[in-house]
Design a binder for this molecule. Sequence first.
Ligand SMILES: NC(=O)c1ccc[n+]([C@@H]2O[C@H](COP(=O)([O-])OP(=O)(O)OC[C@H]3O[C@@H](n4cnc5c(N)ncnc54)[C@H](O)[C@@H]3O)[C@@H](O)[C@H]2O)c1
Length: 285
Amino acid sequence: MSMRQSTVICVCGAGTMGSGIAQLSAQAGFTTIQFDVSEPMLEKSRQQIIASLDTLVTKGKISSDEKAGTLSRLHFTSDIQSCRADVIIEAIVEKMEIKTTLFTQLAAINSPSTILASNTSSISISSLAAGIPHPERVAGLHFFNPAPVMKLVEIVKGNATSQQTITQLRELAKAMGKTTVVCKDAPGFIVNRVARPYYLEALRLAEQGFTHPAQADRLLEATGFKMGPFKLMDLIGMDVNFAVSNIVWEALGQPPRLKPSALQQQKVSEGNLGRKTGKGFYEYN
Ligand SMILES: NC(=O)c1ccc[n+]([C@@H]2O[C@H](COP(=O)([O-])OP(=O)(O)OC[C@H]3O[C@@H](n4cnc5c(N)ncnc54)[C@H](O)[C@@H]3O)[C@@H](O)[C@H]2O)c1
């Protein structure tokens, strides 16, 4: 399969990442199915995509016809039976068992050549592929937030991933206008591994009373980072960032320097997950 416009993409998950990836895919000209178990999340995603396309039209970046074309290629469903595609991009909760169950269900209703790509930030691709029929078509396809804007995509090669799968995913990401890097299946891959102390040290300083979120963000941004660590955690989602910290910490043998933060755990318990819930370290309207 080469990545032509007739290629059908199914994006599973309509949250922060799934919504952005579905928009990107439809804008790139692919028929795109967006699947989520939650109808409200599907509707929220649809509204977000329309708002995002409207902004692009207002800014003169796309025409009204391109907006209409993008929306005509997007299909929203909560029925897994509709998830038949050439490439599946999974962007659901960062939990191994839930992702494995989904891939198993999708493998049963799709062709053996359908690529099963995961947008996971931290779960081992080799572990995810184990037990899935034809594990050579399972890989990581890790977009960054917000997916329509951020140029980088990490393509993660698990133990069983074939070179053909990697080549096809490279071609797909390129057709979506992305820059790709092929990574090994190490905990946190490359970007999330390097970025972990950025969040964790900032959280530790705040926990110990040496700084507070607004000050730390102001300082880090003044040194040249595009977003301070607390603003970034609010954008990512506290639950996702906390899950990634736990997975990387466990996978590396629980090193003290990467111990997940009690302050972040508290935010997760309170349901203050960041922008997606309207409150995290900051409040949003
Ligand atoms: N948030 C980020 O900045 C970011 C960046 C890169 C990668 N990721 C990764 O992307 C994935 C999704 O993260 P997110 O931030 O979009 O999460 P999110 O919490 O915003 O959305 C997750 C969505 O998955 C849906 N879902 C849960 N179980 C499902 C199932 N079995 N089938 C279908 N849908 C299901 C939920 O209803 C929800 O809409 C995670 O693996 C995360 O690690 C996140």
